[in-house]
Design a protein around this ligand. Structure first.
Ligand code: UDP
Ligand code: MG
Length: 313
């Protein structure tokens, strides 16, 4: 049996050496064969050189270099597209996902589990703001979407070959949430808790702004509720109008002359109107992106990998 470890790498020159050492030490104790597939997501630091050196000295190390930075998820998708394993584990290069969990994951794969979600029990690196916003995000999405998201799931997960095939053929959306797909493909799945550790070196590439855009896109991708907001806003406005009409008709002294009321109401109504139009605009933007069908990633070069195995999408 072959185990593939897919690792996305973006400017991780300080972490790569310790990651490689820690991971290959554990992998070599397993009964399974393994390949360590690094996806260099357009790193601008020395990561590419380090990966090249590792690939030269160890032929179990394989490298895919993307043509530019496409983002963490695109890098993972590139890895899933090119790995050959009967089981695949996706993990980060910063050792926040402890390689010590690999033997347990392999046990579960051997027991026939097809999707293994790693659930974080604590995250020493995330600050209070990140933790609170993340909690709020999962509350919201679980309310308005018909699929369920595990709040503490991470980009640390394992799939068997069948599910990897599903990921390759379906789920090719351009605006996407890979972790959400993995949790909702079904198949025989289980979770395994782990304690996230602090980064070994370097710093996190996810800013709050990036996380916000990511969250908005995810909500739009997994829920139609925002699209229906217009109906509720319309109903609300209708009732408000009706109320004011009835009040004006039946009040004794006629309608009060109110310049301020009119201006406030107008602003309020237009605000709601434009918000709804904006939300529709967001959905159209997603449609447009999907329609253009640009590639999720582009491969610039590979090492220790048979060329032309799979075309890039
Ligand atoms: N990463 C990537 N492309 C990017 C940003 C990050 O491949 O554009 C990789 C990064 O090298 C790391 C993983 O994705 O292996 C997770 O990134 P990071 O540790 O910065 O995120 P955090 O753990 O803080 O959520
Ligand atoms: Mg990290």
């Amino acid at each position: 049996m072959l185990l593939s470890i897919v690792v996305s790498v973006y400017n991780e020159e300080q972490a790569l050496a310790s990651f490689y050492q820690a991971t290959s030490r554990i992998l070599s104790t397993l009964a399974w064969e393994y390949e360590l597939l690094f996806v260099d997501d357009g790193s601008q630091d020395g990561s590419a050189h380090i990966l090249e050196r590792l690939a030269r000295s160890d032929e179990q190390v394989k490298v895919i270099s993307l043509s530019r930075n496409f983002g963490h998820e695109a890098a993972m998708i590139a890895g899933l597209d090119h790995c050959r394993g009967d089981g695949v584990i996706c993990m980060d290069a910063d050792l926040q996902h402890p390689p010590e969990c690999i033997p347990d994951i392999v046990d579960l794969l051997e027991q026939g589990y097809q999707v293994i979600n790693m659930v974080r029990t604590k995250n020493e690196d995330a600050g209070l703001v990140k933790n609170i916003t993340s909690l709020a995000f999962y509350r919201l999405i679980n309310r308005i979407s018909d699929v369920h998201f595990e709040p503490n799931a991470s980009d640390f997960f394992a799939l068997d070959r069948r599910v990897v095939q599903v990921m390759r053929t379906s789920y090719r959306e351009k605006v996407r949430f890979l972790r959400g797909y993995v949790q909702n493909v079904g198949f025989k799945k289980t979770t395994l808790p782990y304690a996230a550790r602090p980064r070994v070196a370097g710093k996190s590439k996810y800013s709050l702004k990036k996380l916000f855009i990511f969250s908005v896109n995810t909500i739009l991708c997994f829920s139609n509720v925002p699209l229906k907001l217009g109906i509720y806003v319309g109903m609300f406005s209708a009732f408000l109008g009706l109320g004011v009409m009835v009040y004006t008709l039946f009040t004794r002294d006629g309608a009060p002359s109110g310049y301020a009321t009119i201006v406030v109401l107008l602003c309020f109504m237009f605000a709601m109107l434009f918000m709804v139009v904006g939300i529709i605009g967001e959905y159209i933007a997603i449609l447009f992106t999907e329609l253009k069908d640009r590639p999720v990633y582009l491969v610039a070069g590979t090492k220790n990998l048979e060329q032309g195995e799979k075309k890039e999408t």
